[in-house]
Write a protein that binds this ligand. Sequence first.
Ligand code: SF4
Length: 197
Amino acid sequence: MELSRRDFLKLSGASAGMAASLIHLTGGRAKAVTQIPLRVRNVEGHTICCYCSVGCGSIVRSHEKEDEPGKIIYTTEGDPEHPISQGSLCPKGQAMAQVHQVDGEINPYRLTKPLYRAKGASDWQELGWTEAIEKVARWVKDTRDQSLVLQEGGKTVNRNEKMASLGGGELDNEECYLLAKMNRALGVVYLEHCARI
Ligand code: SF4
C-alpha cells in the first residue's frame, strides 16, 4: 500500500493519539514502562556481536549478584532466534560481556574517550570527540593537499601515496563500501583490511 505524505502524517497523528489514550487509560503506567533506565537488574536485550562483520546475534542480560545486593552483572549468550548465527557464538563472541565488565567489575581497559599522543610526547591525553574529529579532518585535508599527484607521464593518476587506510573487522559491507569510496576520492592507494594482514 502506498502512503502519501498526507496519509503518513494522518496515521502518525492517529498513532500518537492512541498511545496517549492508552497511557491515560492505564493511569500513566505505559509512560512509566518506557522510562525504565537501562542500568537496572533483570533486563534482557538483543544485540549484534561487536567483534566482526559476521554479525552474530547475542542476548545481553543484567542481574543483581546474589551475595552483593546492588551489584549488577552483565552476561551474554548466543541468540537462538538470530537468522545468521542461530544461537552460536565463537570464543570471541562468547567473551563479549568483557567489553564492559571483567569478573563483575567495570573493565578498566575500556576506552571511552579519544586519546591523543602528541609528536615526541610519551603520555596520552584525553580529547573531546569534537576536538579529535577536527584534528583528524585537518591532518587528512593537509596531507591530501600536499601529496596528491595529479599527473604522471602525461596521464591523470590522482594518487595520494602519503596516506593509508586500514579497515577493521567490525565494519559491515555498507561501511566498507563508504570507506572505500571516501578513500578513493582522497586518492588513497594503500587501502587494506585487517583480515588480510
Ligand atoms: S566475533 Fe565470533 S561471535 Fe562475534 S560476530 Fe564474529 S564470528 Fe560471530
